[in-house]
Design a protein around this ligand. Sequence first.
Ligand code: GLA
Length: 706
Amino acid sequence: MMIETGGSGRLWLLSGPGSSYALHLTERDELLHLHWGRRIALRDAEALAADPLPAERPFESVLDGHEEYPVEGGPRFVRPALSVRSRQVRGTEWCFEEYETAADPAAGHELRLHFHDSLHHLDLTLHYRMRPGCDVVERWTTATHVPNGHRDPLELLRADAATWTLPHRDGWRMSQLHGRWGAESRLVHGPLTPGERLIGSRRGHTGHQHLPWFALDAGDAGEEHGEVWTGALAWSGSWRIAVAALPDGRVQATGGAGHDDAGLVRLDPGDSYTSPVFAALWTGGGFGAASRAWHAYQLAHVVPGGQRLRPVLYNSREATGFDVGERQQRELARRAAAMGVELFVVDDGWFGDRAGERSGLGDWTPNQDRFPGGLKPLADEVHALGMQFGIWVEPEMVNPDSDLYRAHPDWVQHHPGRRSTEYRHQLVLNLARTDVREHLAERLDALLHSAPVDYLKWDFNRCFTDPGWPGERYPERLWTAHVEGLYELIDRLRAAHPGVAVESCSGGGGRVDLGILARTDQVWTSDNTDPLDRLRIQHGFSQLHPARVMAAWVTDSPSPMLNHRRSSLRFRFVSAMAGVLGIGVDLLDWSAEERAEAASWVALYKTVRPVVQHGDLYRLRPPGEGGDLSAVQYVLGADTVVLAWLPAQAFGAPVPPLRLRGLDRDASYRDVTTGVVQRGAVLAERGLRTTLAGDLDAAVFHLRRL
Ligand code: GLA
């Protein structure tokens, strides 16, 4: 990783292990993109900078498709990354001031480019950072309204984190992860036709509908070959990424917080806005290499304690619903501990007057009838059984039927005189307000002191619909300030309780992004725990995020939540073993045989867990729409783990062998269970034979290099 400066101090080349990113400033202070792709040398970048821009033509802008950060104003017709309004003028025109570079062996190298707009008195800094050992370029923007003797505010209608410029290719294909509740992160590809493709959320949270991620290739990349450009936004509120195929065939992707350009923040003189980070990387090794690079980056530089293993969890949510109580939870805990579970979680229903969805949210004290002595007696017993103890919370919400709402009806987002939407009988607290955050910090802190809690499942179960903030001068800022408030609250709690892990949940996978992952330990992937649907959800999820953060549960069969599918314990376990294993079944209802079988799966998971959670992922065969075999492989040091699933065998056809990847061809590998030894080259060429057959069959293979 390094940042080089050339072109008389007006050209910068950022390089990671396999890629380079170059930009330069023209004499007119236009900041132009030069290169993003395979590694080049500084003199190559200087040669690229010597290429003149095409000649001016009245109906085209020579800047369009070339600028690092297109702003509104002047000869530009592309979607602006920055749109500023003040009393005097809309649009910006900037002058370059200076650049700085900073190098820190642990945090990485950073380049800052400073610009100034004298009419707006606006300072703008573009930040670029490369982390050690990574090809990820992190970009973000800060805008500061410089004190100038006047009191007029500025309005940032839009201030994207970054615009990414791709090189010329004959055509482009875009991959994205779309979905809805119960069906998150499904991968689709399609040609990028002229115009713009918009993905985003106008819901106040990241949303189930799109992960803030894109991948672009020239239509010729595969799982293990070809050039891929991919980006992901680190933001957990409303967002937008616009991918534009411009008339001259160039492609740019611009993105940041906020879905519309209707107003992000108001800056009084002296105020600043910092955008979220938009990270992106190039690889020449196909979608597989892109995912592995994303996973390594997150585990090393994003997820707190990414190198630590996550425990096997038990949660009775699907089995008991809201009907939780101390005696029943104690009994469940004993059975869970006997199966090898390491973290016991009490889900929704332990607090306030929470008999169902209609009441209690906001009152974060244990329900007196259900937990007469508070949570401590249960937590102590769970600890005595050798497990960690966790609870569910939804701090950003309140039921109108709660003590908190009765005391502070003004603390929720609302427009006086308008109807409020009570999705799931709940309202959204305005976390942009300091008093609301103070209250929550104090309450949660007291809760964590009242019982030895090791883990919080932090949920968020409805979208913003009434984003009003009576009394606030600029209520539009609620959209970003809520998310900043949420981040501040989690950061504060983590600092005060460093031993407490946090899982991000939002009705399943409604809040999965690099912003929340920078302060949580794992995410709840989906409320859909059907083991077959999960294969496709997990396939999409794995494009960006590692198994180490992907919570996956074994639940009862027939699948109670969605489709009543019947499947074997084997199939359910092998499906959930592709992530952070959890168990969500009704253990009170299970026979001793079922519990013994589950215990052996948990024991097997623990032997392969380091490889699954921290290994390099190879997607050997994607899960299809039909009945075909699918498989993933993880490689960590000498160990290789393969998980394979056969939904339905068709026409009596034998199941094909799995050609393994990432192995040492000249080495031999022993199957840890059977002792059979095979050559690396044979496993790569002919492949690993499975004995899968019939419907919903699955298997785990653990090979070790000799
Ligand atoms: C959300 C979560 C579930 C569960 C319920 C509790 O739907 O995604 O896992 O915690 O809330 O009400």
